[in-house]
Write a protein that binds this ligand. Structure first.
Ligand SMILES: Cc1ncc(COP(=O)(O)O)c(C=O)c1O
Length: 370
């Protein structure tokens, strides 16, 4: 394996392909064991080249979080794409264009939007009703069956609309810690969704599918009963996921290699070139205070385990301020590289725009310059 570190001058997103492919294989297997369609969320990697790893496993349905991302992956040959973000009326022209080319899915949570789509869509699309099972971000409340039924009836009448089912993202699982808590929440979400579906069936609607997809539940729980799984973060995982218990630190498949630019032994700190514009300001809780990443040493085959007691304690635009235990700080020199495991890999990927694999290949994303 070539030594990639001497070539690195600026913050660089390293990709451990072997670990990422292992994460992918194990999630594909979990979906198969649950008897569910696997529709992975591509907002985590955002790369046509990495999408090919999924095709290698005969995965042909994907999730994205924006119309731009749907256009990018449609250009890369994906034919079955769900935009898992509330439909934005102002992008109707782009949506019509996509719907004329591929099998497109949309999320709807209001009767106004159902009417708008019915009026403006020129091509058939699948529609999913977004249900809020407790995360309080988007969706109709799981315990308001009348509202869901009224929307479902509108969608059923829609000219170009094929009502597929109920879809949720149980984002509140991110506040749980450990398999027991995550899976208790997952069971509660599934009971809420299946209960709602049963009420709708009794009211005369055709049997609706259930689509779920948060990485903690999909990594840790038995997802039998769901028709579709849409996790995304599992591919790379990150420190937030390892804190939840969805993965081990050794499963984290991306790290940002950052040059050390200053040392402050008087306060046990090193400063790296690698700030909020590289890592994002997403944080995790470390003994009651926010931290923005864990610190590892580069190794010939990637990076080592996180240094105990070392973490990114602050970020400004380009600076990362790292707290390092005294013995680790004593080994670090200005000009060295340190590898930072990100708090939230999806945002870091968006900011970094391309990857460098451990074998020295540059992998572009949809944000890479042409
Ligand atoms: C609607 C929807 N589906 C699936 C996902 C993927 O979930 P995760 O990031 O937990 O893998 C997300 C992430 O935000 C989402 O919003």
């Amino acid at each position: 394996m070539p030594d990639i570190f001497p070539t690195i001058k600026r913050p660089t997103l390293l990709l451990d392909e072997k670990t990422a492919r292992r994460n992918l294989h194990s999630m594909a297997l979990r979906a198969r064991q649950a008897g569910a369609r696997f529709r992975p969320h591509f907002k985590t990697h955002q790369s046509a080249a990495i999408g090919e790893w999924f095709r290698d496993l005969e995965i042909n349905a994907i999730t994205v979080s924006s119309v731009d991302m749907a256009q990018y992956f449609a250009r890369a040959g994906w034919q079955d794409i769900l935009i898992a973000f509330p439909f934005n009326w102002r992008e109707i022209d782009e949506v019509n264009q996509l719907a004329s080319q591929i099998h497109l899915g949309l999320l709807v949570e209001s009767r106004d939007t159902a009417r708008f789509l019915n009026w403006h869509l020129n091509h058939p699309v699948d529609v999913w009703i977004k249900i809020d099972v407790g995360s309080q971000r988007t969706g109709l409340a799981w315990d308001d069956p009348e509202a869901v039924q009224a929307l479902a009836a509108d969608l059923q009448r829609g000219r170009q609309l094929r009502l597929r089912g109920l879809l949720t993202h149980a984002g509140h699982s991110y506040r749980a810690r450990g398999a027991e808590e995550v899976c208790a929440l997952h069971q509660q979400s599934m009971q809420r969704l299946t209960g709602l579906r049963d009420q709708l069936t009794q009211a005369g609607l055709p049997a609706l599918e259930i689509s779920i997809g948060d990485t903690p539940s999909c990594s840790l729980c038995d997802c039998t009963g769901a028709d579709e799984l849409r996790p995304g973060n599992f591919l790379f995982y990150d420190v937030q996921q390892s804190q939840i218990g969805s993965c081990q630190p050794a499963d984290i498949a991306v790290a940002v290699a950052c040059p050390v630019v200053a040392l402050h032994p008087e306060r046990n700190e090193a400063v790296v070139f690698g700030g909020a514009i590289h890592l994002s300001k997403d944080a995790f809780d470390l003994d009651g205070r926010p931290a923005y990443g864990l610190v590892c040493l580069p190794q010939p085959n990637g990076w080592g385990a996180p240094l105990p007691g070392a973490f990114v304690r602050g970020l400004s635009q380009e600076h990362g301020v790292l707290h390092l235990p005294e013995e680790d700080l004593a080994r670090v020199r200005v000009g060295d590289l340190l590898c930072i495991l990100p708090a939230h890999s999806c945002l870091t990927v968006t900011l970094m725009r391309s990857y460098l694999t451990l074998t020295g290949q540059v992998v572009p994303t949809m944000h890479s310059p042409e």
